[in-house]
Design a protein around this ligand. Structure first.
Ligand code: GLP
Length: 256
């Protein structure tokens, strides 16, 4: 595991964008796993800027989003489809047919989950997976539980997540109670993973993710088993990490 602590949200976002850009430079037909939420917005802004400056070309890139709310059509302002088009896809040259996001409004959501897994397999897997993290340690929408899903499934959102995500909706009642999310194995099969976290409210979850025992009650702890994982943080999100608790092979770097 590699932990990089950047001064603030801006520098963290810039480094994340550079990681994505170098992936695409090395492999122009990369498959990117993408996340939503507030955290990756700065990275998406920077990627758009790099695209406009001719520093990055998305023409051959395929994207696979982590999750989508059940019951929201693609054009719903709170759907992750809408988020992705608004915050990235409308501004870059990714081909529409190369964009993959689970359809939360699919009539047969079980079939949609199976099809989504197949589409990732058909593309030969994800080269670089970007992740955010919930303050309860969820990744994608894999919520703390006794058992976690292996593959893409319909999941129930926890009260904590509904509360946290209600800031994007008019009221808490409007937040869907279910979502389609990539499973833990789907995520862990990515060749490289970059997890982003910013702010004090993520510090506890990050501490557990990097130094806690592996537990399905903090799904992000499973990332400790991945051979190519980078945890990219700002100082606030890193504030509770105790260097002594990190495993010997963990690379810890503070950027001034
Ligand atoms: C949602 C998404 C996650 C995301 C998390 C954190 O629940 N399903 O993929 O990582 O929120 O969001 P934020 O970055 O807004 O804190």
């Amino acid at each position: 595991m590699r932990i990089i602590v950047e001064k603030d949200y801006q520098t963290m976002s810039k480094k994340a964008a550079l990681m994505v850009a170098s992936q695409i430079t090395l492999k122009p037909d990369s498959n990117l796993g993408l996340a939503t939420g507030g955290t990756p917005l700065g990275m998406y802004d920077k990627l758009i800027e790099m695209y406009r400056d001719d520093e990055i070309d998305f023409n051959e890139v395929q994207s696979f989003n982590l999750d989508e709310y059940c019951g929201l059509k693609a054009d719903h302002p709170n759907s992750y489809h809408h988020y992705m088009y608004q915050n990235l896809f409308n501004e870059i040259n990714i081909q529409k047919e190369n964009i993959h996001i689970p359809d939360g409004a699919a009539e047969d959501s079980q079939q949609e989950c199976r099809d989504y897994e197949k589409s990732i397999k058909r593309a030969r897997g994800i080269d670089l997976q970007i992740l955010g993290i919930g303050s309860n340690g969820h990744i994608g929408f894999n919520e703390p539980a006794e058992n976690l899903n292996v593959a893409t499934e319909v999941v129930d959102l926890t009260e904590e997540t509904i509360e946290a995500n209600s800031r994007y909706f008019d009221s808490k009642d409007e937040v869907p109670k279910k979502a389609i999310s990539m499973g833990m194995a789907t995520i862990l099969k990515a060749d490289r993973i970059v997890l982003l976290a910013s702010g004090k409210n993520k510090a506890e979850a990050i501490k557990k993710t990097v130094s806690g025992k592996i537990s399905t009650q903090v799904p992000a702890t499973l990332l400790q088993t991945h051979p190519e994982i980078t945890i990219l943080l700002d100082q606030e999100a890193a504030s509770l990490i105790n260097k002594e608790d990190l495993s010997a092979d963990c690379h810890f770097e503070i950027c001034e």
